[in-house]
Design a protein around this ligand. Structure first.
Ligand code: ZN
Length: 411
């Protein structure tokens, strides 16, 4: 078994949220064997002076298996095969890993189970990418934020099942579809509890499932030992989702005090994609995003940031999620500085993409901290990210399962 010792300037303790100096990390095979005093490090020492060692980063909201959203609506979805979507996912997986994200929670492809196929290829070692937990398909109401909207009725009829796999209405259909998605290899369930910014004809503020429908999803997922992540922009949709028992609320653009209290009480995670608004405002007009999408982006950007700051102060649990797929894969590091700008400390910001994200996924014994027994997944940052968050946007050394995917940068 290969054995190596990493000796950086400092190590991030993601459980306590603090930097530790004068320590080394011993790796055996694909796992962390021990964290020891620097002086005790003897065999095969990799000198990482000038570097900070973080646990491999985690993004809990990505969409790897499709081209980037190009603002052109849904025509492109029926011009591509599932194979094309999965194969471009190979490129996105490599870009994500190179940016230091050794794990993602992939929160739904348009074409069902292309994410599960990509995950299988990574686990088999055929392609290089992060560890993945997959949603398999969007669970959405007919005409909802995760449906293909705006088609003529007769075209609707002939849409491939893969593009409509998770479209449900009513409690019985909710239960049977959730079972089927999990049965086909998804790790958790993604529901769209409100309309979406990028789905034309849907309103981010409008709730799209009843609380009972959402509860049926949560109960059915729980029977299978897993949980529900709810896309929700509008206040009412957020509250229904939290009351129904979802594990995370994605976007959470329009939080009010009651919604925040409910989340604190229930221990619901907030997954806030703060960089998206800036990105769409910047590139949307060039890409050809519609006036409707640009308006909805304006309506959800600043208010989301105000809600985020309030939620943090109130003690809502947080996990780092970027919505990569809207923003280019590998650029999600730009969100770190935004989290600090809107109220998190640098240490908390790094925790949100390590320990806290791992806890949301239920994988905290495997990833997200530099602890004996966890996977040897690391990011070697040239410098101290707690003093300068923008270092996490730059070039990083990346190790996954005890192997350098990308060598540490010379300092
Ligand atoms: Zn998303």
């Amino acid at each position: 078994m290969n054995r190596a010792t990493l000796l950086p300037d400092r190590i991030f303790d993601s459980v306590k949220g603090e930097m530790i100096e004068n320590h080394a990390v011993i790796i055996e095979g694909d796992r962390i064997a021990a964290v020891v005093a620097a002086g005790a490090a003897t065999d095969d020492v990799t000198d990482l002076s000038g570097h900070t060692l973080l646990p491999g980063l985690i993004d809990v909201h990505t969409h790897l298996a499709a081209p980037l959203d190009d603002g052109q609506g849904f025509a492109a979805l029926v011009q591509r095969s599932g194979a094309q979507d999965a194969l471009i996912g190979v490129k996105h997986a490599a870009e994500t890993l190179a940016a230091g994200f050794t794990t993602v929670r992939d929160i739904g492809p348009w074409r069902a189970f292309t994410d599960v196929a990509l995950k299988g290829a990574i686990e088999a070692g055929w392609v290089r990418g992060p560890r993945m937990a997959c949603a398999g398909a969007f669970v959405t109401c007919p005409g909802g934020g995760g449906d293909i909207t705006g088609l003529a009725v007769d075209v609707d009829e002939v849409l491939p099942r893969e593009l409509r796999f998770g479209v449900v209405s009513g409690i019985d259909q909710m239960r049977s579809t959730v079972r089927e998605i999990l049965g086909r290899g998804a790790d958790f369930i993604k529901v769209l509890a409100t309309g979406a910014v990028l789905t034309s004809g849907t309103s981010p503020g409008a709730p799209e499932f009843t609380e009972d429908e959402l509860r049926a999803a949560v109960e059915t997922a729980a029977d299978a030992g897993t949980y529900v992540a709810a896309h929700a922009h509008g206040t009412e949709g957020i509250k229904r989702a939290v009351r129904a028992g979802v594990r995370s609320v994605e976007h959470a653009s329009m939080l009010d005090d009651e919604a925040i209290d409910l989340m604190v009480e229930a221990g619901t995670y907030l997954v806030a994609d703060l960089y998206d608004g800036d990105y769409i405002m910047e590139v949307g007009p060039t890409l050809g995003y519609s006036d409707e999408v640009m308006r909805k982006t304006r309506e959800t950007t600043d208010v989301q940031r105000e809600g985020f700051a309030k939620a943090i102060r109130a003690g809502v649990k947080l996990a780092f999620g970027s919505d990569a797929g809207v923003i280019p894969h590998g650029t999600q590091g730009r969100q770190f500085a935004l989290y600090v700008k809107h109220g998190l400390s640098p240490s908390q910001t790094i925790q949100s993409a390590t320990r806290w994200a791992a806890e949301l996924m239920g994988w905290e014994n495997q990833i997200g901290s530099i602890s004996p027994g966890a996977y040897a997944d690391f990011v070697a940052v040239p410098g101290d990210p707690s003093a300068d968050m923008t270092l996490l946007e730059g070039e990083l050394g990346v190790m996954k399962s005890g192997r350098w995917i990308q060598e540490p940068v010379a300092t």
